[in-house]
Design a binder for this molecule. Structure first.
Ligand SMILES: C[S@@+](CC[C@H](N)C(=O)[O-])C[C@H]1O[C@@H](n2cnc3c(N)ncnc32)[C@H](O)[C@@H]1O
Length: 242
């Protein structure tokens, strides 16, 4: 997958490109992550890319021309242009799954008070928000999208890693996990995980996954289609933890 990030701060991505799963995926050629400095497309002699808001008001707005030129410098027939914005669709695992099917993502990072709305209305395919709060720029949201999408691409995770059981992938939160030592300050790991009985362990994990989702995120259960086994488990959980 090709990923082009349009930003005023390409240096923020220098270490990110080498980091953990992203770095491995880049090394294996699973992603080609490239940063484009929007300032390079400024025609102003001082390389300015922002100006005052028509109608008045505080702060500066990123201008339409350099953003347009930056998008056009990388856009091709298969590109999906995404503007990271607090006004966008709230990002979740389902959107990450669907973006992982794309060939080419162009991630546009705003700064200052945002960008000229003619870009939003005419030159982007999707607006994504990573939460109902305002950040200084779109760079951290772009990293969130890149990270969550990359780990879904075939070959990005090693054979000992998997995303299928992870929180949100199948609409539930992940079951609790433990590692050595077996005992820490008299706190023991659940006996069943040491039993070696994988059928029982899988059942326990499914139950715990439902239980933690019921306790922390009942809203997720409303959206999920449960199997008969899961419904029975949930009934049991409700009786124990009303
Ligand atoms: C200070 S914000 C601009 C906020 C804008 N004035 C508003 O009230 O909607 C600057 C840039 O940060 C990015 N940004 C801020 N919050 C974000 C969020 N929750 N999700 C995605 N991008 C965000 C956007 O790219 C935005 O253009």
């Amino acid at each position: 997958m090709k990923i082009d990030v349009l930003t005023l701060f390409p240096e923020l991505f220098e270490r990110f490109n080498d980091w953990s799963i992203i770095g491995r995926a880049a090394e294996k050629g699973i992603i080609q992550l490239n940063c484009i400095n929007i300032r390079d497309f400024s025609t102003d002699k001082h390389k300015r890319v922002d100006d005052y808001s028509f109608g008045g008001g505080p702060g500066m707005i990123m201008q339409v021309e350099p953003i347009y030129e930056a998008i056009e410098s990388v856009r091709d027939g298969n590109s999906k242009v995404i503007y990271l914005s607090p006004k966008g669709e709230l990002y979740n695992q389902k959107i990450a799954n669907s973006l992982s099917e794309e060939d080419h993502l162009i991630l546009l990072c705003g700064h200052y008070e945002g960008i000229d709305n003619r870009i939003v209305e005419n030159y982007i395919d999707m607006e994504i928000s990573i939460g109902d709060y305002v950040l200084t720029g779109g760079e951290i949201p772009a990293m969130v999208v890149i990270d969550s999408v990359t780990r879904l691409l075939p070959g990005a995770l090693s054979s000992s890693e998997s995303f299928e059981d992870e929180s949100h992938f199948n609409g539930l939160l992940e079951y609790p996990q433990y590692t050595r030592p077996r005992e820490f300050k008299e706190l023991e790991v659940p006996e069943i995980l040491l039993s070696g009985d994988h059928e029982k362990i899988n059942k326990w994990r499914k139950y715990e996954s439902l239980k933690i989702t019921y306790k922390k995120r009942k809203d997720l259960l409303l959206k999920k289609e449960l199997t008969e086994e899961e419904k029975n488990m949930l009934d049991e959980i409700r009786k124990k933890e009303p």
